[in-house]
Design a protein around this ligand. Structure first.
Ligand SMILES: *[C@@H]1O[C@H](CO)[C@@H](O)[C@H](O)[C@H]1NC(C)=O
Ligand SMILES: *[C@@H]1O[C@H](CO)[C@@H](O)[C@H](O)[C@H]1NC(C)=O
Ligand SMILES: *[C@@H]1O[C@H](CO)[C@@H](O)[C@H](O)[C@H]1NC(C)=O
Ligand SMILES: *[C@@H]1O[C@H](CO)[C@@H](O)[C@H](O)[C@H]1NC(C)=O
Ligand SMILES: *[C@@H]1O[C@H](CO)[C@@H](O)[C@H](O)[C@H]1NC(C)=O
Ligand SMILES: [Fe+2]
Length: 490
């Protein structure tokens, strides 16, 4: 090597050390599926996928779009067998509360924005959105046609829930999705129903990944701007919903057809980084976070009930999913939940809202082990509101305790209020409510796709709206009043 080339090489080396690393950007490093998540009081987790592994994923950020003068790094660029991409996770930290930042994941070309969570005890009103049971839209999921055995296709030109969330995103601070995300495990049902171009069970693993990737791409318009908080649902557990039957050919597939990477919640575990470290929870399974006047708690209704109670997705459980448990010891989730609820300062975060995938109050199938596992603590610690889905209907219940309707109704009840909204939409459409509804059911709907919008007004008032995705109309609204004093900042 000539000395000129040597010194040029040295120069190049010096410049890469002194400046931020400038990795070459190409198809392998281009960001896809960008998503945010609150990460403690001063953090935001930025996650995205790439075709190639990033040695050191990075995010540039700042308050001024022209001066992204901060940069954070991580060493988390992970994949799993059967995945076609790498999941990159970077914590952006030392942020100010309730502040708008611009950010740029490594190799992205246009900065996006996020707003950090409000300080605990901030009394300014705000709105958040909730969906449960939301799948991929389009030819691999919910579209204007269905296969055999599926129902409720979209009407031609009908605005679906992902599009509706995108339309209304400026009106909510974050999106909470407590389980059943993408419905990649519906590929086998779609194939049996003749909906997918002929797919063999051997080729199914690729379709599973394609549905996941499609979903995360479709959601990016929302999730790259609004924190997307998720939890586990049964459809994350394995590749075929715990088993699927092909009635025409008399074949029953069990979880045993699932390839490595498509069992035991592997996709969910790799794809997200919920604030469990920040809240002493566990992975994306259980965690909590604060935002202004509310303490939010995600519970896991799929595995890890402890106290000898068999959870539905565990080996031998009713869901036949053969997944989990995940706790470092059997009662970890329940112990965590009690500690978490016990430590809430209700003067600062008067509202405590719990979301878990499966309901235990509903006109329809309920999860009795879930009730045994969670209701005692939820009632004991005066949780205000419990959100769930799993059944693909909308049903607003009364405040309830051990099946007994709180006589106060929404006017300062002692019991937690329950709302089921599993009507966001996926390949298999909506479920049908039974002819006779439960005495505690206040409003129910099984013919319309929609999502939930909550407004936290102040210390005492919180409103829920069911928003029809097709046209943004509010088809049901109810306000909870709690008579109490808080110590909030305005
Ligand atoms: C980018 O890479 C992926 C995975 O290797 C490949 O499937 C895709 O076709 C590539 N896209 C382009 C535009 O080269
Ligand atoms: C379906 O298959 C099972 C065994 O896998 C068999 O016992 C049963 O008779 C079959 N039913 C029909 C209708 O062929
Ligand atoms: C699922 O993963 C957890 C954590 O690695 C493990 O403890 C558990 O045994 C796995 N469950 C099954 C059914 O493989
Ligand atoms: C709280 O918000 C509700 C709904 O907007 C309003 O009616 C009520 O007056 C507010 N309470 C206080 C103390 O501001
Ligand atoms: C909006 O859509 C819902 C669901 O399809 C329907 O029930 C309602 O009548 C529509 N409202 C308007 C104003 O078009
Ligand atoms: Fe479900």
């Amino acid at each position: 090597m000539s000395s000129l080339i040597k010194s040029l090489a040295l120069l190049a080396f010096v410049s890469t050390v002194s400046a931020a690393p400038a990795p070459s950007c190409n198809n392998a490093t281009a960001p896809m599926q960008v998503r945010l998540a609150y990460a403690g009081d001063r953090g935001m987790r930025v996650s995205w996928n790439t075709y190639g592994q990033l040695p050191k994923p990075s995010v540039k950020w700042g308050k001024d779009i022209d001066h992204l003068n901060h940069e954070d790094f991580s060493d988390v660029s992970i994949t799993y067998p059967s995945s076609t991409t790498y999941n990159n996770h970077v914590l952006v930290n030392h942020l100010e509360p309730d502040t708008l930042y611009y950010y740029l994941p490594q190799c992205a070309t246009t900065p996006s924005t996020f707003r950090t969570s409000r300080k605990r005890g901030d009394g300014k009103p705000y709105t958040f959105a909730v969906v449960v049971d939301l799948g991929t839209m389009g030819p691999d999921g919910l579209s204007t046609t269905t296969g055999k055995g599926a129902a409720n296709p979209l009407k031609p030109g009908e605005i679906n829930t992902i599009q509706s969330l995108a339309q209304y995103k400026s009106g909510f601070d974050f999106l909470w999705h407590p389980g059943d995300i993408a419905y990649a495990d519906a590929w086998l049902k779609e194939e049996i129903g003749g909906y997918l171009p002929k797919t063999t069970t051997a080729g199914g693993a690729a379709v599973y990944e394609r549905i996941l990737n499609d979903f995360y791409d479709e959601m990016t318009v929302v999730t790259s701007e609004k924190p997307y908080m998720v939890g586990p649902g049964n459809h994350e557990a394995n590749c075929d919903n715990g088993g699927t039957t092909d009635k025409t050919n008399n074949i029953t597939y069990t979880y045993s057809i699932c390839v490595a990477g498509q069992t035991n919640f592997t996709g969910l575990i790799n794809h997200f980084r919920m604030p469990s470290e920040e809240s002493r929870g566990l992975s994306n399974f259980w965690y909590s976070f604060d935002h202004g006047m509310v303490h939010y708690v995600q519970i896991n209704t799929e595995t890890d009930f402890g106290n000898g109670i068999l959870a539905p997705d565990e080996p031998g459980g009713s869901g036949k999913e053969n997944a989990g448990p995940f706790g470092r010891y059997p009662n970890e989730q329940i112990d965590w939940l009690e500690n978490d609820l016990k430590s809430v300062d209700r003067k600062k975060t008067p509202w405590v809202i719990v979301a878990g995938h499966r309901p235990w109050y509903l006109s329809g199938t309920t999860c009795l082990p879930c009730q045994q596992a969670f209701e005692p603590l939820i009632t004991k610690y005066g949780v205000d509101l419990v959100l769930n889905g799993h059944s693909h209907v909308y049903e607003r219940q009364a405040p309830l305790q051990n099946g007994i309707i709180d006589p106060a109704g929404l006017n300062n009840p002692a019991a937690p209020w329950y709302i089921t909204n599993g009507a966001a939409g996926h390949y298999d459409g909506l479920d049908t409510l039974p002819a006779t509804l439960q005495p505690y059911t206040k409003f129910a709907l099984d013919t319309v796709y929609g999502w939930s919008r909550f407004t936290v007004h102040n210390c005492t008032h919180l409103t829920h709206e069911f928003v029809a995705s097709a046209n943004g109309s509010v088809l049901d609204t109810a306000t909870l009043f709690k008579n109490r004093k808080c110590e909030l900042d305005d």
